[in-house]
Unconditional design. Structure first.
Length: 99
């Protein structure tokens, strides 16, 4: 009866137990499709795996990678975006990560 059971990922490893159940809590953090500038899952994962800290990059590179998309002075009222500004913002996208 044991031969018909599906093979587990942790078979043959005595000190490891791998949970093969789907975690509902983590599913909301998973992407359903690959973001725009990337063409494959591997390319996207390689881009986000890169480190951002000053230990691995130049000061200029660190500032560029960690800068906010929108900069506003503290206390300034932000008006809702218009369709004209939205189409202009889509044209001025940040360049994809270079390898």
């Amino acid at each position: 009866a044991e031969n018909n059971a599906p093979k587990r990922k942790d078979d043959g490893i005595s000190t490891v137990i791998i949970n093969e159940k789907r975690l509902k809590k983590t599913s909301k953090f998973q992407l359903s499709e690959i973001p725009y500038p990337y063409r494959s899952r591997e390319e996207y994962e390689r881009a986000i795996a890169g480190n951002i800290g000053q230990e691995w990059n130049t000061i200029h590179g660190t500032k560029e990678m960690s800068r906010p998309a929108v900069m506003v002075r503290a206390g300034k009222i932000i008006q809702p975006i218009t369709t004209k500004a939205k189409s202009k913002a889509n044209k001025q996208r940040r360049a994809p990560a270079k390898f």
